[in-house]
Design a protein around this ligand. Structure first.
Ligand SMILES: [Cu+2]
Length: 285
């Protein structure tokens, strides 16, 4: 009898060991599945975010902003798929089959901690990356900056260049200036060199306007009495459109302009031509 009881005990012990081993294997499989699934979901979301049609911009700063956009969109997609997936799973798996009340659960510390921690981590990650991007984009201490004074007025723009402030090699004692002023009939063209930091100093003589070139992925208000400025480093030669992005009165829609990003040689030629024209008109009686 005793031997028989010992044999039964040993058999039960073996069964428990086998069950524990099976549980470990299935836990490991679930973990691997979760890891592979998460990686697949993240890479699919990154690919989807990249293909979502948001243009990458034409400046170094826009590239940073575009990266931030992709990060935010990827995180949003991952959260969306996980939340909606869990919701759909619950709806179908635990749908009502009869009138029996399901087991009622009141509070679960682990779940509370998990669903409080995850949003906090997401917000912190977004805050840190947004802050780093903002500091980079709004860093106005970049060296060798060429400056253009941008004046917004009802309802056009005036762009002023100073001969002593045209980037590397410009004569600090030169005094020539010229202004390109837009009119209702003729929109102005703003010309800047490629691969050089260009600072825009924004001023308004009347109401609030906003200086906006969509390809910069950035805009800044032009406020009377306030010296707003920002710097961009264009990386792509081309012609782009700009516009006022703040409703500033009846003819707000007329506040469009053209932006040309050109090579340094073309920019120097543009400056020489404009200064010559400005000198000629100044000498006219
Ligand atoms: Cu406007």
């Amino acid at each position: 009898m005793l031997r028989c009881a010992a044999t039964v005990g040993e058999a039960e012990g073996e069964v428990t060991l086998m069950r524990n081993a099976a549980r470990r294997v299935s836990l490991r499989a679930a973990f691997v599945l979760l890891l592979v699934g998460s990686l697949a979901l993240i890479s699919t979301s990154v690919a989807f975010a990249q293909a979502s049609g948001q243009p990458g911009g034409v400046t170094a700063e826009a590239r940073d902003l575009h990266k931030l956009y992709l990060l935010v969109l990827t995180m949003a997609l991952v959260v969306f798929v996980l939340v909606e997936g869990a919701l759909a799973f619950m709806i179908f798996r635990y749908r009502r089959r009869d009138d029996t009340l399901p087991p009622q659960t009141h509070g679960n510390n682990l779940l509370e901690v998990v669903w409080t921690t995850i949003p906090i981590v997401i917000v912190l990650v977004l805050f840190v990356f947004s802050f780093i991007t903002l500091v980079n984009v709004e860093n106005d201490s970049k060296p060798q900056t060429l400056t253009v004074d941008v004046q917004g007025f009802q309802w056009q723009w005036a762009f002023t260049y100073n001969e002593n402030d045209l980037g590397p090699g410009s004569d600090p004692n030169a005094k020539g200036t010229f202004t390109i002023t837009g009119t209702a009939a003729k929109e102005p063209t703003l010309v800047i060199p490629v691969d050089e930091p260009v600072e825009f100093r924004l001023k308004s003589t009347d109401v609030i306007h906003a200086f906006y070139v969509p390809e910069f992925l950035y805009k800044l208000d032009v406020i009377p009495g306030r010296d707003n400025r920002f710097t961009v480093t264009p990386t792509k030669i081309g012609t782009y459109t700009g516009q006022c992005a703040e409703l500033c009165g009846l003819n707000h829609t007329l506040m469009r302009f053209t932006l040309q990003v050109v090579s340094r040689a073309d920019f120097d030629k543009f400056i020489t031509d404009q200064l010559a024209a400005a000198n000629k008109s100044a000498q006219r009686p």
